[in-house]
Design a binder for this molecule. Structure first.
Ligand SMILES: Cc1cc2nc3c(=O)[nH]c(=O)nc-3n(C[C@H](O)[C@H](O)[C@H](O)COP(=O)(O)OP(=O)(O)OC[C@H]3O[C@@H](n4cnc5c(N)ncnc54)[C@H](O)[C@@H]3O)c2cc1C
Length: 438
């Protein structure tokens, strides 16, 4: 199968990220999606909306639209048949990981010189959303790899680091972002993993918890404190490769949801790291973590929006096509229709927040509050919609056959990782208070 992002490269070079494209014929290599795209995304390329300023937030460029359609088709054809088995086995199918690389979905924003697709941030958001519509576990693998790991190295690595790690991250090596520890979750910078200087570089001791992709990863960005007396200003980021002596995966967690996504405890016992594996500058790790997590939150918000839509579509098809009670389709009852309409409206609202945050980030505007609001609200919507979808499908929503109950279980993680919902509320309130305090 041809790479999705490679097929789009000529477009991504010529189409500015946010400007809208006028209608052009589809390149013949691009597969069209059988599934209808979410209709709040305008695909009206026959009208030249580029003259309108500002443009609708969820209106995509031609490249982004093609990407959404291609990823949707890929997810339906290649991932959907494996979702249930991967969830039951609590394992990511290796062939799917390989395909993510082949499709160019593991280097969406990275420049072509590193093997990336050279696309914009919104393209990464589009891909994460479309994958989550089918499987939030595959989506979070792509999300962490692109929005946290690739971004951290591209933004903060020096030229040598970028040349060393990025080509690996685009061609077959999965990445993990290792900040949380047993005693530091929301209070992330209270981390205890220690780094000390040695003649050749650094030595690391400590442990990390909840590390996404750990079973599949070959490259780990690890935050450790090089100068605990300086508090969070001692936090430093290092790159550690799988197989480095003293570095081990201690435990794989058994989880409520996103069970195909690996989540592990990592141990570091006198792990020797060469100087060149320092990421950026000593003592700047907390800044790097804050910065990439601010962006990453938009990715999680996109994952939750995609999840909500996937759960909604699955149930909508059932109630409007398959299930009859009292002599008619259950989706004909007004009591059902109002709930279904309410849920779709909430998904559209979540989506507007997600794309607004993404566009603001791309435009170089302050987007921290927007990202927090998008993550908070999209997680709430994902929980509500996937929960309602189980009920709309009755017993069929409750059994482990389709995706309804899985989406409901998967939705819970949105309120926890990359900052819990309380922490998002705290961020939003803090920024609002600053603005409104006389
Ligand atoms: C499946 C999964 C994958 C993950 N992947 C990664 C990863 O790849 N890399 C990584 O570094 N981490 C990862 N994490 C960790 C994740 O970011 C943390 O779980 C999260 O930040 C919350 O930390 P905690 O679990 O320690 O909860 P705690 O911080 O103990 O929070 C527990 C509760 O207390 C509340 N709380 C805490 N402080 C406050 C406060 N000040 N005000 C109000 N309420 C508060 C929280 O909102 C929450 O409801 C992952 C977690 C999970 C479950």
């Amino acid at each position: 199968m041809a790479s999705i992002t490679r097929a789009l490269r000529p477009l991504s070079r010529t189409t500015p990220s946010v400007r809208l494209a006028t209608r052009r014929p589809l390149p013949s290599r691009l597969p069209r999606s059988a599934a209808p795209a979410f209709s709040t995304t305008s695909h009206q390329r026959d009208i030249d909306l580029s003259q309108l300023t500002p443009t609708p937030i969820t209106l995509m460029s031609e490249t982004e639209t093609f990407l959404a359609e291609s990823v949707s088709k890929f997810a339906q054809e290649q991932i959907a048949p494996k979702v249930r088995d991967m969830d039951e086995a609590e394992t990511m199918d290796h062939s799917i990981v390989d395909q993510l690389f082949e499709q160019g979905l593991m280097g969406i924003e990275l420049p072509e010189e590193y093997g990336g697709a050279g696309m914009n941030f919104t393209s990464a958001i589009v891909a994460i959303e479309e994958l989550a519509r089918v499987d939030p576990s595959v989506s979070v693998m792509v999300d962490v790899h692109n929005t946290l790991v690739n971004t951290a190295i591209l933004k903060y690595g020096d030229a040598q680091a970028r040349r060393t790690w990025l080509p690996k991250l685009t061609t077959g090596t999965v990445g993990s972002f290792c900040l949380s520890e047993p005693a530091s979750g929301s209070d992330a910078f209270a981390l205890k993993t220690k780094a000390e200087k040695t003649a050749d570089g650094y030595k690391l001791n400590g442990s990390k918890m909840w590390i996404t992709n750990a079973m599949e990863s070959g490259i780990f960005i690890v935050f450790a404190n090089l100068n605990p007396s300086a508090g969070y200003k001692g936090i430093t980021a290092f790159i550690i490769e799988k197989g480095t002596p003293g570095f081990s995966i201690a435990k794989k967690e058994k989880k409520l949801g996103i069970r195909a996504s690996s989540t592990c405890v990592l141990n570091f016992d006198d792990v020797e790291i060469p100087k060149c594996n320092l990421l950026g500058e000593e003592g700047q790790g907390y800044k790097y973590a804050i910065s990439v997590l601010n962006e990453g939150r938009i990715g999680i918000a996109a994952q939750m929006t995609g999840l909500a839509l996937g759960a909604w579509e699955n149930a909508a098809r059932y109630v409007w096509n398959d299930r009859r009670q009292f002599g008619q389709l259950i989706g004909n009852f007004q009591g059902m229709q109002h709930q279904i309409a309410q849920a779709y409206t909430e998904i559209a609202a979540a989506r507007a927040l997600v794309y607004n945050a993404a566009r603001k980030k791309e435009a170089g505007q302050d987007f921290v509050q927007d990202a927090a609001m998008a993550k908070l609200y999209a997680s709430q919507v994902a929980g509500r919609v996937s929960g309602s979808a189980v009920e709309w499908m009755g017993g069929m929503g409750f059994v482990r056959e389709g995706i309804a109950e899985k989406m409901f279980r998967d939705s819970k993680i949105g309120a926890i990782y990359e900052g819990t919902s309380n922490i998002q509320l705290q961020t939003i309130a803090k920024l609002l208070q600053k603005e409104y305090t006389r």
